[in-house]
Write a protein that binds this ligand. Structure first.
Ligand SMILES: [Fe+2]
Ligand SMILES: [Fe+2]
Length: 193
């Protein structure tokens, strides 16, 4: 399999090989690879999650938290089953992979963390221990009120926001905090909720 560009970039970090040993099987799986076609703002879910995983791993290693759990939870934190933005190429492969319109209380920002945890457990049960699942389930805190129960969850939710801030402009802040649906209702564009 051809190496992904983002993986090649991370390879220059001294800690790359340790991180990669924890996540390479997930990254290589078809179910994770298809996230290259799941849009994430102006990025892909694949690219975003690889960065959150690596950032979470680095923070955890520095503060002596469970860095393996952080690498895995970071990678799977947005592993929800259906894309919430339209992508033509993905639609051609399977229209079932694209979320339809939903009401305000089922907006992506409020529901996708739980969906991601359920989906992660479905596809990768061997690596989804309670620390990993807690970090995935609560990564949208404070939007989803209940905070993570472990330090690893706090690391992943922080890394998610750091990576998002690095890749977004100010106009996108409502989307960053999970209120993309509100923006979409006003700006519509081609997004589907
Ligand atoms: Fe998320
Ligand atoms: Fe995220």
């Amino acid at each position: 399999m051809k190496k992904d560009q983002i993986i090649s970039i991370l390879e220059s970090n001294d800690l790359f090989h340790e991180w990669y040993s924890y996540v390479k099987d997930i990254i290589a799986s078809d179910e994770f690879q298809i996230r290259k076609l799941y849009p994430h703002h102006d990025d892909s879910v694949f690219h975003h999650c690889v960065l959150v995983s690596f950032q979470s791993f680095l923070i955890a290693r520095k503060i002596h938290a469970d860095h393996r759990a952080c690498a895995i939870a970071g990678l799977l934190h947005d592993f929800y089953p259906k894309a919430w933005q339209y992508n033509e190429e993905l639609a051609k492969i399977s229209s079932n992979r694209i979320r339809g319109k939903s009401n305000l209380f089922h907006m992506h920002g409020f529901v996708h963390a739980k969906e991601a945890a359920k989906n992660a457990q479905k596809y990768f049960p061997d690596v989804c221990n309670s620390t990993v699942l807690d970090a995935i389930s609560h990564h949208m805190f404070p939007l989803t009120i209940i905070p993570p129960h472990h330090i690893e969850g706090w690391i992943v939710t922080t890394a998610d926001k750091l990576v998002s801030v690095q890749t977004l402009d100010v106009k996108m802040i409502p989307r960053l905090i999970g209120l993309g649906g509100v923006l979409d209702r006003f700006n519509m564009g081609e997004r589907l909720l």
